[in-house]
Design a protein around this ligand. Structure first.
Ligand code: ATP
Ligand code: MG
Length: 385
């Protein structure tokens, strides 16, 4: 396939905030864009040249998306892999259905990590009574996670005893699950890589992540934010995981750093990731431009981070910080701080736990960025970190 130069139309399955930021990156470079999403006011659909308002498996919708687009990517890992396989009959699609379907299933994903020689948390797959009964005591306390369709901590239950485990599995309607041993985390980190059609791989630096209630809250990126030896291991592991999938596109892999100094892989996302959003403001190539480049077949060059940065996720909770009525946070006060970059996703209403936007802070030194980030957090009602 030839390189798609600006002027071509890039399509995306899914119209959430990741699609919106992909559309912005593509448009900035002179591409036209098309989004398929069932929601008439989806964040990406509202800013795209074309919005095909249809369900992900709708034949006519998929045909219309193909009609608009020269190549198609995905922004939402729960887009049915089958839909990607169908559009791939007509258009170049990256990432491909095979890689996405592995990332959509925790059991398949763990098997892939193990094949790549990257350690995973001790775990057991539970799909029936026998497997439930056979779970080793050593996996408790643990976290029961649905194998498919979980995100932001949804579809997960923490369990201490066998009785808890059974109740949790019943509570998840006996869906196929993976039970993971609860690990003593020293820190969490993630790595974003982009892999081109010719096999070239580039990466963003390691990102240190803080989750609260199973949702990403803060990402910090500067040299030394993760011990150097572990950072190198995480980057190498992510590159190996992408290569092993023969992946084309942007891939994010999440890791746990354990108290004993070891590194364990958690999961992967076949798309740009919340923990890579800082790259829009603090790197010379963002994760969304990497997605555009991999889809269009443009060259990949190693991104360079030019400022230390911290990203604060802006969840819907902040809109209720001053009481039961929805109230917009005081953005003017935030923007009065140096090095603040406000990103709001254009969602029409706030809900607790809903990702409404993020705030990136950049500065000359990690200490300066941290001081401003803590000030911003305090103004917004985000607990200190
Ligand atoms: P995402 O929004 O990243 O897709 P998710 O719903 O897929 O999230 P996970 O990444 O599996 O969920 O878990 C969410 C968080 O829960 C992790 O980032 C970590 O903080 C905690 N967690 C998950 N598994 C474990 C574990 N085995 N031991 C300790 N903590 C864990
Ligand atoms: Mg996760």
């Amino acid at each position: 396939m030839t390189v798609l130069l600006p002027g071509a139309t890039l399509g995306v399955m899914g119209g959430g905030q990741l699609g919106r930021m992909f559309v912005h990156a593509a448009q900035r470079m002179g591409y036209f864009t098309a989004v398929l999403d069932p929601d008439e006011s989806s964040p990406a659909g509202r800013v795209s040249h074309h919005h095909v308002q249809a369900e992900y498996l709708d034949e006519i919708g998929l045909a219309r998306l193909c009609g608009h687009s020269d190549a198609i990517t995905t922004e939402f890992e729960n887009v049915p892999a089958d839909a990607l396989a169908r559009i791939a009959e007509h258009r170049f699609v990256a990432p491909g259905a095979a890689a996405v379907s592995i990332a959509q299933d925790r059991a398949l994903e763990k098997a892939h990590f193990t094949r790549c020689g990257v350690p995973v948390a001790p775990n057991a797959v539970i799909t029936n009574e026998e497997e439930l009964a056979a779970v080793a005591d050593d996996l408790l306390p643990g976290i029961l996670k649905t194998a498919r369709l979980g995100y932001d901590g949804k579809g997960q239950v923490r369990v201490k005893t066998r009785d808890d485990l059974r109740a949790a599995w019943e509570g998840l309607s006996r869906a196929d699950c993976v039970l993971e041993k609860m690990l003593p985390l020293a820190f969490e980190c993630s790595v974003v890589v982009a892999r081109g059609r010719d096999g070239t791989v580039v990466n963003l630096p390691v990102q240190r992540n803080l989750h609260r209630d199973g949702i990403l809250a803060v990402t910090e990126v500067h040299p030394g934010c993760v011990p150097e030896a572990l950072a190198q291991r995480a980057v190498q592991a992510t590159r190996t995981i992408a290569k092993g999938l023969d992946y084309v596109g942007v891939l994010c892999v999440e890791f746990f750093g354990l108290a004993d100094g070891s590194l364990v892989v958690n999961e992967m996302a076949p798309r740009p990731h919340n923990s890579g959003h800082w790259s829009m403001d603090a790197a010379d190539v963002s994760q969304f431009e990497l997605q555009v480049r991999t889809l269009a077949g443009l060259p990949l060059v190693q991104p360079r981070q030019h400022s230390p940065s911290i990203m604060l996720n802006l969840l819907g909770d902040l809109w209720f910080a001053r009481g039961a009525d929805e109230a917009t946070p005081d953005w003017a006060a935030i923007l009065a701080l140096p090095g603040t970059h406000l990103h709001l996703y254009g969602k029409l209403s706030a809900r607790k736990g809903r990702k409404m936007g993020h705030l990136t802070l950049t500065g000359a030194t990690p200490e300066a960025v941290r001081a401003t980030a803590l000030q911003a957090a305090q103004l917004l009602g985000i607990p200190a970190f």
